[in-house]
Design a protein around this ligand. Structure first.
Ligand SMILES: Cc1cc2nc3c(=O)[nH]c(=O)nc-3n(C[C@H](O)[C@H](O)[C@H](O)COP(=O)(O)OP(=O)(O)OC[C@H]3O[C@@H](n4cnc5c(N)ncnc54)[C@H](O)[C@@H]3O)c2cc1C
Length: 537
């Protein structure tokens, strides 16, 4: 038997919060310093070997659809491995599905963002129902009577895995059904229709091409009424305690996100209640969308953080050509460049989360304009980061026993769902056009930096934002990228060590930026940047 040599120890146990300097600083800065002890405890729980194992198990033993029972009665149930339920138990106990609504206070959205950022690093599939439940609350509040019935269970931290009417449960999770076969981005093409039942409720007939986490207790769904597309709450059980007429046709065979079930469904007269005004379905459900888009930024930043942590950890232990990998100059450059991308995403995301805690004009503009912009750019960068980080581990990074293949498969999903890349960029154009003072607020946020490269980039961007052709759709991606990279530069210049902000401005604020990682110019303190991002166990 050969002796195993030159292999790093697994990165476990470790504390995902205490070992992440960038996250810790951001939490403090963005107003959630009070949550540090809770986040430290959650970071320790998530970094235990047994919790990390749950993520692997939930992805290996994937959800199974049970359409019928043995006698032919419809069940429409999805069975999950116990690991899935254990992860949800951890997530709910930490309040990641609803704490900012249940216990509102300054910094609450930031604290919750930090928690979900860590959860997604261990397992991203469970993040889906957590994100949708979090996002559903402002939309549900459009119907106060329905909200008062559901919110106490949505606010509960006691996860209840049972499939039964919500009144018999300790807690509730919510999903959403918007996308139909003939059109997902263009929601006006939805054909699902609602009929009044005569008692104030409605019956829904139609289908949804994607409805994730179908074992949620209820869904916010779009359906047509005479005045147009409207938003409904559709529970899995009717008020009479019968299974609602929601048929799960099949589960999607997905690239990643495999622990989570995503389904195709049909509604055959399913019980539902109107949320908000008839015909105002899109604006009503879009409030949910804004929060779930924030979650896409959080989830993708977390994926990048996990990939970079694993890569740096590996490079600190593995030797090649008589040196630790982290000490090989070209590898140090790659690691530093990856760490920059991760830090920029984290700092931007946590700053954005703060805008959800505040209600002034600047916060409103940031929520409306920067949320889709950040979703576009952060989610677009994640596949590149996870791929490059995988390569740091060499062949072992390609093997399923490491977390890297799972991170890589997960990486594209946040860019596709909840508004794909182009849709986000078009939304940014619309938001800038329609939000009063958007350009002034952005100018203020971008300003004040002393770095000459940043000043140049900002003044070019300001000219483009003021130009008459700023709504040219064909250039929307370039505009949004430049906006986000400039914002990241501004935030890092304000808050990160000089080595980090200097390297970011040197490598990201020019036209050729963004090809492969590891091309930082000479003079950058590669090692200082990589060491800052190193996880410790
Ligand atoms: C894992 C997963 C889970 C999901 N879960 C849910 C869920 O729970 N609930 C739900 O409702 N949906 C869900 N979705 C669906 C997802 O939100 C949609 O797939 C997405 O919104 C895109 O819609 P579409 O697939 O119909 O693509 P299309 O709308 O056909 O778009 C295809 C492409 O065209 C681009 N495009 C569209 N219009 C324009 C334009 N005007 N200009 C330029 N480009 C354009 C889009 O950006 C996209 O890249 C899920 C998807 C995935 C992959």
């Amino acid at each position: 038997m050969f002796e195993v040599q030159n292999q790093p120890p697994p990165l476990e146990p470790y504390n995902l919060f205490a070992s992440d300097a960038v996250l810790g600083d951001a939490v403090q800065r963005e107003g959630a310093g009070w949550a540090k002890s809770e986040l430290t405890a959650l970071g320790a729980t998530l970094g235990k070997p047994e919790t990390i194992r749950l993520g692997f198990d939930a992805n290996k033993f994937t959800p199974q659809l049970r359409t019928f029972d043995r006698y032919g009665h419809r069940l429409d149930e999805v069975e999950f491995h116990p690991a899935w339920h254990e992860l949800l138990t951890i997530a709910l106990a930490a309040g990641l599905h609803s704490s900012p609504w249940a216990e509102p206070k300054p910094g609450a959205h930031v604290a919750r963002a930090a928690g979900t950022y860590m959860l997604g690093q261990v397992e991203s599939g469970v993040y889906c129902p957590i994100a949708m439940t979090y996002g559903s609350v402002p939309t549900l509040r459009h119907a106060p009577a329905i909200a008062s019935e559901w919110l106490p269970r949505i606010f509960s931290r006691d996860y209840d895995r049972n499939f039964r009417p919500v009144k018999q449960k300790t807690s509730a999770l919510l999903g959403m059904g918007m996308t139909e076969n003939q059109g997902g981005s263009d929601l006006r093409t939805n054909t699902t229709r609602a009929e009044p039942a005569g008692d104030g409720s409605f019956r829904l007939h139609g289908h949804k091409w994607f409805m994730s986490a179908p074992m949620c207790d209820a869904f916010l769904v779009l359906a047509q009424l005479p005045k147009g597309l409207s938003c409904f709450l559709m529970p899995r059980w009717t008020p009479d305690g019968e299974r609602n007429a929601i048929q799960i046709l099949r589960l999607k065979d997905k690239l990643g996100n495999r622990s989570n079930a995503s389904s195709e469904v049909e509604f055959h007269g399913a019980f539902a209640q109107l949320i908000g005004e008839e015909g105002r379905g899109i604006p009503t459900i879009i409030e949910m969308g804004s929060h779930t888009r924030l979650d896409c930024c959080i989830g993708s930043s977390g994926l990048m953080r996990q990939a970079v942590a694993q890569a740096i950890h590996h490079a600190r232990y593995r030797t090649a050509f008589q040196k630790k990998l982290i000490d090989q100059p070209l590898m140090t450059n790659v690691l530093a460049d990856l760490a920059l991308e991760s830090e920029a995403a984290t700092v931007l995301t946590m700053w954005l989360a703060r805008a959800y805690d505040e209600d002034n004009e600047a916060a409103q503009v940031i929520r409306r304009v920067v949320t889709p912009a950040a979703k576009f750019w952060i989610c677009k960068r994640t596949p590149f980061v996870t791929y490059e980080a995988m390569e740091v581990l060499g062949g072992s990074g390609y093997i399923e026993e490491s977390i890297m293949p799972r991170l890589y498969r997960e990486a594209p999903v946040n860019s596709i769902w909840e508004g794909s890349g182009n849709i986000m960029c078009l939304d940014v154009l619309r938001a800038i056009e329609r939000t009063p003072n958007a350009v002034d607020v952005l100018r203020h946020e971008l300003g004040g930096g002393k770095d000459a490269r940043l000043k140049d980039a900002t003044s070019t961007l300001e000219k483009r934002l003021a130009a008459r052709d700023r709504n040219d759709e064909s250039q929307a991606r370039a505009l949004v990228r430049d906006l986000i990279v400039a914002l990241q530069g501004a935030l890092l210049t304000r808050h990160a060590p000089t080595a980090v902000s200097d390297a970011f401005c040197a490598s990201r604020l020019h036209a050729e930026a963004g090809s492969a990682f590891g091309m930082l110019p000479r003079g950058v303190d590669f090692r200082a940047i990589a060491d800052r991002a190193a996880p410790r166990n």
